[in-house]
Design a protein around this ligand. Structure first.
Ligand SMILES: C[S@@+](CC[C@H](N)C(=O)[O-])C[C@H]1O[C@@H](n2cnc3c(N)ncnc32)[C@H](O)[C@@H]1O
Length: 260
């Protein structure tokens, strides 16, 4: 196999390998859907879908599942169509990809997700609340939303987290958090065996929201709290273990009440 270098690498493909774990999210959604006894025909809406990797896994997992992916970036969606949707054959017809601002799209779903901290683009409380209210309106009664968050003492200081994959090294760089605004700049870099590097393959300009803030906003948006799930390499861990971690990633799950 040809060695990967900065010249021939595809940043979206590397991102999927290094960052995304659709099976974890699908497992969590299935567990919650079972608990809530959702009807079988289930529609997933993936806001900020990027390459729609999760939407593709969702639609491929069951002939009665449909996905709606929404992203504002035309090039990323073109990549999603070519690499994740079109190769699926029949299941491809059950994936709709919409190029727009999530706030302009009213398609409804049983489950709506915002992952990899995409909602951190909203820096003002009123903006994030506006998005959560909109998301709730786009969820059918009895459905739920999953959104993630990161935190822990290690997540507020400048750092570079490195992980090795067979053909490249993944680097997650965080600049120090602004204590006044909680704004944080993060970058993904990829380094290859020949020493070349895709510097700032992805960059993010975010406000880091805390779990209590997110919970309060979800409640203000009209959601019922279904809990917080802390992720670890081997599955989900309890809150008591999570507070010991230097850095953590968690999923918040919020219900649109069946009668609401
Ligand atoms: C952090 S990436 C997340 C990609 C994917 N959801 C994941 O889990 O890896 C954020 C994505 O949101 C898209 N985006 C940013 N602002 C948006 C908006 N207002 N409406 C729709 N998509 C947006 C970007 O183009 C980008 O693909």
């Amino acid at each position: 196999m040809k060695a990967l270098t900065a010249r021939n690498a595809d940043r979206h493909a590397l991102y999927e390998i290094a960052v995304q774990r659709p099976e974890v999210i699908l497992g969590l959604i299935d567990e919650l859907a079972g608990m809530l006894e959702l009807p079988k025909r289930r529609v997933l809406r993936e806001d900020f879908c990027g390459t729609a990797y999760l939407s593709a896994h969702w639609a491929a997992s069951d002939a009665e599942r449909r996905a709606v992916g929404v992203d504002i970036d035309a090039d990323t969606l073109a990549w999603a169509r070519a690499h994740n949707r079109d190769p699926l054959g029949d299941a491809a017809r059950r994936i709709e990809l919409i190029e727009d601002d999530v706030l302009n799209v009213r398609k409804r779903a049983d489950v709506l997700v915002s992952l990899n901290f995409s909602h951190y683009i909203y820096k003002a409380r009123s903006e994030l609340l506006g998005y959560l209210k909109h998301a709730r309106r786009c969820i059918k009664p009895g459905g739920f939303m999953v959104l993630d968050a990161f935190g822990g003492p290690g997540s507020i200081e400048a750092s570079v987290d490195r992980r090795n994959f067979s053909m490249f090294e993944y680097q997650w760089e965080q600049e120090a958090i602004n204590p006044l605004t909680h704004e944080i700049a993060c970058h993904i870099h990829f380094r290859f065996r020949n020493g070349s590097k895709l510097q700032r393959a992805f960059s993010y300009d975010w406000r880091m929201w805390s779990l209590p803030e997110l919970r309060e906003l979800l409640s203000e948006a009209g959601f019922d709290d279904l809990g917080i799930y802390f992720e670890s390499e081997d599955g989900f861990i309890g809150d008591a273990d999570a507070v010991e971690l230097h850095a953590w990633v968690a999923y918040l799950v919020a219900l649109r009440h069946p009668t609401g």
